[in-house]
Design a protein around this ligand. Structure first.
Ligand code: BT5
Length: 261
């Protein structure tokens, strides 16, 4: 806990921040407190003992140099729109990395940030729903910030801001900028609960745009060209005859033709 977190230029996001030395998962910590905390509550942990990715995957976060954080949202939108929040978080994170470190963070749809083909950030959005309504949403963001090496199982494709930029980064500034950007874009999103207002900015940083991607849902992998996103946050892909179809996050995995990106 040798670093201090302070966020001053947001309206509601990060007005209350809990900074822990260790927890199982910051997403779980938020869930334990979700009923008693206001929207905008943030949890940051120096280490996680059970960090999680999507679909039960593990997120390596035993290193104290990371930014392992989650925040609580209570949006009044229909549950099928919640997955779009992941894209807003990705855009806010990519911009925060760029603005604070100058490093060229790109979004790998839907939930990763990559730099020089390395995965630097993963995002896990979860929600609790009642009948037809969202109780709350937890946005969890893992940023490999000041990390110098990774476990063997991910070392081929994982990277950190410190490795890519050859110097340590100021984690507090990244968090402050990320929360500010997220708040700004989230409020635009809430106006019509669509990504229409941020699509153009998102696509500028979308590494897949114009590239061939391999789609696999467990069956025969298909090669398509990614052309952008829809206002619902789906990936738009084109086949060789020019027909454009949509890919929903979670339905298929998207990889580059030559590996991770
Ligand atoms: C993700 O899942 O990328 C979402 C990760 C979200 C982590 C944050 S940290 C704060 C909050 N608390 C949590 O418990 N989680 C959130 P997915 O797309 O499923 O990718 C997971 C895969 O990324 C793993 O199977 C590994 O291959 C790889 N991976 C694991 N740890 C990594 C790391 N530190 N850096 C880069 N890649 C990693």
């Amino acid at each position: 806990m040798d670093w201090k977190i302070s966020v001053s230029d947001t309206k509601w996001l990060g007005r209350e921040i809990l900074h822990l030395r260790n927890t199982d998962s910051t997403n779980e910590e938020i869930k334990r407190q979700a009923e008693i905390k206001n929207q905008g509550f943030v949890v940051v942990a120096d280490t996680q003992s059970a960090g999680r990715g999507r679909l039960g995957r593990t997120w390596e976060s035993a290193d104290e140099g990371g930014i392992w954080m989650s925040f609580l949202l209570k949006p009044e939108i229909s549950p099928d729109k919640a997955s779009q929040i992941t894209l807003i978080a990705a855009l806010a994170t990519a911009l925060a990395i760029r603005n604070v470190t100058g490093l060229p963070g790109y979004i790998k749809w839907p939930n990763d940030i990559v730099i020089n083909r390395k995965k630097i950030v993963g995002i896990l959005t979860e929600m609790s729903t009642g009948p037809d309504k969202i109780n709350y949403v937890v946005v969890g963001i893992g940023i490999n910030a000041n990390i110098s090496s990774f476990p063997d199982n991910i070392s081929d494709y994982a990277g950190s801001l410190m490795i890519e930029g050859n110097k340590p980064v100021d984690r507090n500034r990244i968090i402050a900028e990320l929360l500010k950007k997220f708040e700004e874009y989230y409020e635009i999103f809430l106006k019509d609960s669509s990504l229409a207002g941020i699509m153009a900015e998102y696509e500028k940083l979308l590494i897949n745009k114009g590239s061939e991607v391999v789609l696999s849902d467990g069956g025969v992998p298909m090669v398509r060209t990614a052309v952008g996103i829809s206002d619902k946050g789906e990936l738009l892909v084109k086949d060789e005859s020019g027909v454009i179809t949509t890919v929903l996050a979670g339905e298929v995995s998207v990889r580059g033709l030559y590996g991770y990106v």
